[in-house]
Design a protein around this ligand. Structure first.
Ligand code: ASP
Ligand code: MG
Length: 422
């Protein structure tokens, strides 16, 4: 008998009928003798609906006062779904109690709409579990040192669930969602994509950061830091499916490399459409140039991803980097107005229609020739590589957005991802 955390996404909580099914599933686990803590998201569409109401009254603003009220507002979605689930569990004949973040408390920083969890007090939950109750803890929210309600950023319930599991030293945190696991790539792009039975935490972190939106990236970081065994599985199986079968389904995110049974060199192909490329041409090749260019961008809170500086010719060099597409116009403005005049650069060019495609796998640590195989595959498809970046377990290329699907399909095939034994 173990202490288990379940997390249910908005789709699973999307109607009273579905909440009833969640209660039946949780009831099955509780009756099998497990101590159950459940972290639900808001009912699907609810967070968007609430935030849209705020926007109707006043356009989005970056002020603390506005952010505070957005969190006050958006957090109600999870409060409602949590109470409904507790009611549904009681209707199933189980003792159950729900708590908002501040009641636990889940203490966070004060950064409204993107707060970070600092600590979780497990006292209340442990007392209730010992009394045989199923405990529901709201996802997505917490409370800051001043007693203000905060939220953790969109998709933040994943992080809540993992953090609660870490605080309680749960045996496993199961994330029930509308996909049945982590795939070798997005099945909407490659029909032959295959579900991975296990994936290492480091690979998952790379895939999440590269745009596989299965889990909020911070939840994966948290799971890695506190070694929380994490499983992503489908909430669409019938609730009365055999418990042992359910407990083995989906994708387990592992920490120990020898647990990683699938000995593939490349585990998955990730991609990200939302990038844009910026090049500053003809900048003097002197110390402090990268800092001058990127410092201004960082000051504006814009994340920079791939960065390339060319070899210099006649004391001048070219400097290219990518940013999120949503930040592209702002980054170009900052460079034009503030950076270029003082830099004496010759030219600024940009391309918002690029994407990044990456191969990810811990096997890349111990195998050579993996990147060159990727480059050969792309060249055979006639796809031009504009930028390359690598880490120990991934190689990424920046290419024209219009070749993204072709590249992902070709790489999926070249690395035999559809054929490995599952
Ligand atoms: N309800 C929040 C959102 O829609 C948090 C979550 O679902 O994880 O982003
Ligand atoms: Mg989610």
């Amino acid at each position: 008998m173990a202490l288990i955390v379940h997390k249910y996404g908005g789709t699973s909580m999307g109607s009273t009928e579905r909440i009833g099914n969640v209660a039946k599933r949780v009831g099955k686990w509780a009756r099998a003798g497990h101590q159950m803590v459940v972290v639900p998201s808001a009912m699907s569409g609810e967070t968007n609906r609430l935030l849209a109401l705020a926007k109707e009254l006043a356009p989005a603003r970056h002020s603390d006062a506005y952010g505070r009220e957005l969190d006050m507002l958006a957090s109600t979605g999870e409060q409602a779904s949590s109470a409904l689930l507790a009611i549904a569990l009681q209707a199933e004949g189980l003792e159950s109690v729900s708590y908002a973040g501040w009641q636990i408390p889940i203490k966070t920083t004060s950064a409204y709409t993107k707060a970070r969890i600092e600590s979780i007090d497990d006292t209340r939950v442990r007392t209730d579990l010992a009394a045989g109750k199923v405990v529901i803890v709201t996802g997505f929210q917490g409370v800051d040192a001043g007693g203000n309600v905060t939220t953790l950023g969109r998709g933040g319930s994943d992080t809540s669930a993992v953090a609660v599991a870490a605080a309680l030293k749960a045996a496993e945190c199961l994330i029930y969602t509308d996909v049945d696991g982590v795939y070798t790539t997005d099945p909407r792009v490659v029909a032959e994509a295959r579900r991975l039975h296990t994936v290492s935490f480091e690979e998952m972190l790379e895939m999440a950061s590269l745009g596989s939106k299965v889990l909020q990236i911070r939840s994966v970081e948290f799971a890695g830091k506190y070694k929380v065994p994490l499983r992503v599985l489908s909430s669409f199986t019938p609730w009365d499916i055999d418990l042992a079968e359910e407990a083995r389904s989906g994708t387990l995110i592992t920490f120990e490399e020898d647990e990683h049974m699938e000995q593939a060199i490349v585990s998955g192909i990730a991609f990200n459409r939302d990038e844009a490329k910026i090049s500053v041409l003809g900048v003097p090749d002197t110390p402090g140039i990268a800092y001058q260019i990127l410092g201004g961008i960082a000051d504006a809170n814009i994340d920079v991803d791939v960065i390339i500086q060319n070899v210099s010719k006649e004391g001048k060099t070219d400097f290219s980097f990518t940013v999120n597409r949503a930040d592209y116009a702002r980054a170009m403005d900052i460079l034009k107005e503030r950076v270029l005049p003082s830099l004496g650069a010759l030219e600024l060019t940009g391309d918002p229609k690029i994407c990044k495609v990456s191969i990810v796998g811990i096997g890349m640590r111990s195998h050579v020739g993996v990147a060159s195989k990727m480059f050969r595959c792309l060249s055979e498809e006639g796809i031009n590589i504009q930028m390359i970046s690598t880490s120990e377990i991934k190689t990424s290329v920046v290419i024209d957005e219009k070749y993204m699907e072709l590249a992902v399909r070709a790489l999926h095939k070249a690395f035999d991802l559809e054929q490995q034994a599952a």
